[in-house]
Write a protein that binds this ligand. Structure first.
Ligand code: SF4
Ligand code: SF4
Length: 216
């Protein structure tokens, strides 16, 4: 056990309650200095580029519904297995119609795979980070809630609902022409990093650098 000796005070320091005066001086100084805390929720923080937040189903402005085609790619790729989809096939056309689309957000790890594989940009991870709730059920998003999340996000952020795409959907260094989805928004150059090696090339370059490091 660590025993700390009591600091020695002079008689004057004891009489004048020196530490209290020191504390009051510090408080007075802080009264006139710039605050280091943010007055949340009045003052909200701008998310970083590529932030992956609350899920939403993009509301198609023409139909007012989600454009999900029930291909099940998102549910298949999800490592947390927190996406549940039920659908039926329309008689005659064989078109898939979504009956249920649920995401259990509290099990999500925000990898973004669901948004990345979606061929029609129906599911997105918005930049909204406000999840606080009094019960678990609030963060179990059914189709209605996911569409509402989209409406709330568009209203709050002011993004163009047709053009919106979170930059994390765009793998860095990949040629834009090869990307799926018709509604890809231009993203800042700092994010695209044109010419950046990706995939196998990136890994091989990494191992070359590693090998050089070992030789040295
Ligand atoms: S972000 Fe990842 S873990 Fe979360 S729902 Fe999408 S695929 Fe699943
Ligand atoms: S990947 Fe897109 S279109 Fe396919 S089921 Fe998921 S949200 Fe729907």
């Amino acid at each position: 056990m660590l025993i700390q000796p009591r600091p020695k005070r002079s008689l004057l320091e004891t009489v004048l309650l020196f530490e209290i005066l020191q504390g009051m001086a510090l408080t007075l100084k802080r009264l006139f200095s710039k605050p280091v805390t943010r007055q949340y929720p009045d003052e909200k923080r701008q998310p970083f580029l590529g932030f992956r937040g609350k899920h939403a189903l993009v509301r198609d402005p023409q139909t007012g519904e989600s454009s999900c085609v029930a291909c099940l790619r998102c549910a298949t790729v999800c490592p947390s297995q927190c996406i549940y989809i039920r659908y039926h096939e329309e008689e005659g056309s064989g078109r898939r119609v979504v009956d249920r689309y649920d995401i259990e957000a509290l099990r999500c790890i925000y990898c973004g795979y669901c948004a990345e594989v979606c061929p029609v940009n129906a599911i997105v991870l918005t930049e909204s980070y406000e999840y606080s709730a009094y019960d678990r059920q609030t963060n179990y998003f059914d189709r209605g809630r996911l569409l509402n999340n989209w409406d709330a996000f568009v209203k709050e952020s002011g993004h163009d609902p047709v053009a919106y795409v979170n930059p994390f959907w765009r793998p860095r260094g990949v040629d834009e022409a090869t990307l799926a989805g018709p509604r890809r928004r231009k993203v800042p150059e700092e994010w695209t990093r044109a010419g950046q090696p990706v995939g196998r090339l990136c890994r091989s370059q990494d191992s070359e650098v590693l090998a050089e490091g070992v030789q040295r």
